[in-house]
Design a protein around this ligand. Structure first.
Ligand code: NAI
Length: 321
């Protein structure tokens, strides 16, 4: 059975960093699906992209979209002025429905040699840039009670990667950012999901082997972004790895844990003795909210910890943890 085509007719989509790589592919995908697109990028087009062009990257993508009959405008602001990017969407198309936070840079360096400038540049673009753009979009989304947001994380943030302390910190920050927006936005029909993609692009051409890059076409990420940002999609607050046609959801897993006595016996040696139990995932759980605090139930079950000096039970009812 084939599913109906998920179209974006009448929708307005902002894609940051859409002058190349993944963003360019998303822009073309949304335009060909009926959306009006704001192609944001502050960069110049690579010289090999057109005949010795000095054109801006966003203009090249807008031209490509228009030649194929689509609707797009270029925007050249840095995401650090993300409010101007959103303003561009509203001025040109009267609304905004989908925001793809995609712009990114690398300043890879071993941590001992990482400078403040390396750290700040990466955090500014990925985290502050996504914050500025999303906050401006949020105001529009709240008013119209509709919005779809994508954050772009990375396996380097989720798992860590040598030489990418700045990038890893920024990319995992976006997961925390997205998790909170998903919870704040749900009642306004604003959903936010995060992808950790792998794709051949300017960013990865020098860091991945060419045979692998051939498999990782950026076009193979766009269908997931398209699904997650469609009106019909109910996914919210998810994190997905997407690469070369592979799509998987990633979630937190917490071990059952161990409750220690809170008297003098709670020493590093006692922790050592129970370390196997602390790190045993055989009876794990998968918390999705801050209130799924398994340890409260464990404390409640563990009588010696849940009675006061008078032997009365300590309760946690009505408490927010
Ligand atoms: P890319 O380097 O091809 O494209 C990024 C675009 O962002 C560039 O066109 C650049 O001019 C633009 N940009 C940079 N700073 C900007 C700013 N301040 N304001 C507006 N635009 C800005 O990179 P690629 O590979 O397409 O990456 C897209 C996103 O996916 C990035 O956030 C990246 O960190 C993330 N990502 C990519 C992976 C991959 O395998 N390609 C892996 C994991 C994450």
């Amino acid at each position: 059975m084939t599913s109906p085509t998920l179209r974006f007719d009448g929708k307005v989509v902002v894609i940051t960093g859409a002058g190349g790589g993944l963003g360019r592919v998303y822009a073309k995908f949304f335009a060909s699906s009926g959306a009006s697109v704001v192609v944001n990028d502050l960069g110049k087009a690579p010289a090999d992209n057109t005949e010795g062009t000095t054109q801006l990257a966003a203009d090249v993508v807008v031209d490509e979209i228009r030649r194929q009959g689509g609707t797009a405008v270029a925007n050249y602001d840095t995401v650090e002025n993300g409010d101007r990017i959103v303003q561009c969407a509203v001025e040109n198309f009267g609304r905004l429905d989908v925001l793809i936070n995609n712009a990114g840079i690398l300043r890879d360096r071993g941590f001992s040699r990482m400078s403040d400038a390396d750290w700040d540049a990466v955090l500014r673009v990925h985290v502050y840039g996504a914050y500025k753009t999303t906050q401006a979009a949020w105001k529009v989304f709240r008013k119209q009670k509709y919005g779809r947001i994508i954050m772009t994380s990375s396996a380097a943030g989720v798992y860590g990667n040598v030489g990418q302390a700045n990038y890893g910190a920024a990319k995992l920050a976006l997961v925390g950012f997205s998790n909170t927006l998903a919870k704040e936005g749900a009642k306004y029909n604003i959903y936010c999901n995060t992808i950790a993609p792998f794709a051949a692009s300017k960013m990865t051409e020098s860091v991945m082997p060419p045979e692998l890059l051939k498999l990782l076409k950026p076009e193979l990420v766009a269908p997931v972004v398209g699904f997650l940002t469609h009106e019909s999609c109910q996914e919210n607050g998810g994190l997905f790895e997407v690469a070369g046609g592979y799509v998987a959801k990633v979630r937190w897993e917490r071990s059952q844990g161990h409750v220690f006595k809170t008297d003098d016996s709670f020493t590093p040696a006692a922790v050592h003795a129970q370390w196997k139990a602390v790190t045993d995932f055989s009876q794990s759980n998968f918390p999705e909210t801050i209130t799924e605090v398994d340890w409260i139930q464990q404390l409640e079950r563990s009588k010696h910890l849940t009675t006061n000096a008078a032997g009365e039970p300590l309760r946690f009812d009505g408490k927010v943890v």
